[in-house]
Design a protein around this ligand. Structure first.
Ligand SMILES: NC(=O)c1ccc[n+]([C@@H]2O[C@H](COP(=O)([O-])OP(=O)(O)OC[C@H]3O[C@@H](n4cnc5c(N)ncnc54)[C@H](O)[C@@H]3O)[C@@H](O)[C@H]2O)c1
Length: 301
């Protein structure tokens, strides 16, 4: 039950017309936030925009007694990001949170991927975070408060047939860490969520995932990150699926070899085992995933 966790806060959520974004918008409004529902209403591949998608969620929020405005903007444009933030400022004079959920999928093996497939996915996810974060951060810096929430994916650690998506999601993690570091002194926080939830996007994955949850399972964690209860949480990445919440480690070097001066290739070959490799579990498990995709069965987690 809603407890007014976000009372008095103004939050803009991209991709809020469907899937996880919609669940976050409804949860934020139920917790007392005023919400900008930003969604251009496109297909999974990012085509055929419809403004009714955002309007429908605004109507749902209003019907439940909440306050919301729609912004049918394309997050991959600077004008779109600016307009989403301006919609919050025009309606309520401030912006306390941005949740960047908008995303599309164009899966293809790297050797077959077109420039359009690369550009559209990177523009929607990675630039789509930059456009809203950039404009909101300028306001939040002056307010000396704010919470930015990005949406990454476990696929940021590598993906077989989604090099575009994986690269964009890795970029989002780096953008969030950079925002956390750059805005720390202004009291503005930035974190990322890697969700797994039943939506049209996850339905597109060619095998049943080992873990699955609902968009409504992800929303309470987003509400938490936006709230003052999370005032000391920044620069983090969290997996959220069903009833499981997990924090990712911070990237760090784990081993080294050194010599005075420059190595020769022969010397490196002679001592390489001392620095060695870190296991890439995705590669270790490719055969298992291939079988799961072929049979439609779940891989072991
Ligand atoms: N569903 C999962 O299991 C899962 C797993 C990992 C990551 N994610 C990430 O979570 C986020 C939400 O995914 P979802 O499953 O709810 O997807 P979804 O397809 O249900 O919703 C995405 C929404 O984004 C909107 N959108 C797309 N391009 C846009 C643009 N240029 N401007 C404005 N809006 C745009 C769409 O209209 C749609 O309403 C995405 O970033 C996705 O990559 C989802």
């Amino acid at each position: 039950m809603a407890s007014g966790f976000l009372e008095g806060k103004v939050v803009a959520i991209t991709g809020a017309g469907g899937g996880i974004g919609r669940a976050c918008a409804l949860a934020c409004a139920a917790e007392g936030a005023k919400v900008v529902v930003a969604d251009i209403g496109v297909s999974l591949a990012g085509e055929d925009p419809k403004s009714e998608v955002a309007d429908a969620v605004v109507a749902e929020i209003a019907a439940a007694g909440g306050e919301a405005r729609s912004a049918a903007d394309d997050v991959s444009t600077m004008a779109g990001g600016a307009h989403i933030v301006q919609t919050a400022l025009d309606a309520w004079g401030r912006i306390d949170g941005v949740v960047a959920v908008a995303g599309i999928l164009r899966e293809r093996m790297l050797f077959n991927m077109s420039e359009d497939e690369w550009d559209a996915v990177v523009a929607t996810h990675l630039k789509g975070h930059f456009t809203v974060f950039r404009h909101a951060a300028a306001v939040m810096r002056k307010q000396e408060s704010g919470s930015l929430v990005g949406f990454t994916s476990g696929a940021f650690a590598g993906s077989v047939a989604q090099a575009n998506y994986s690269a964009a999601k890795g970029g989002i993690v780096s953008l969030v860490r950079s925002a956390a570091a750059g805005l720390y002194r202004y009291g503005v926080r930035a974190n990322a969520v890697a969700p797994i939830a039943r939506t049209r996007m996850s339905a597109n994955v060619p095998m049943e995932l080992a873990e699955m949850g609902e968009p409504e399972d992800v929303a309470p964690f987003v509400v938490y990150l936006l709230s003052d209860a999370a005032k000391d949480v920044t620069g983090q990445v969290y997996t959220v699926v069903g009833g499981r919440i997990a924090v990712w480690n911070q990237p760090a070097e784990v081993r080294e070899i050194r010599k005075e001066g420059r190595w020769t290739p022969e010397e490196i070959a002679g001592r390489f085992d001392e620095v060695g490799v870190e296991r890439m579990t995705l590669i270790d498990r490719l055969e298992e995933y291939r079988k799961a995709a072929a049979t439609g069965e779940k891989p072991n987690n």
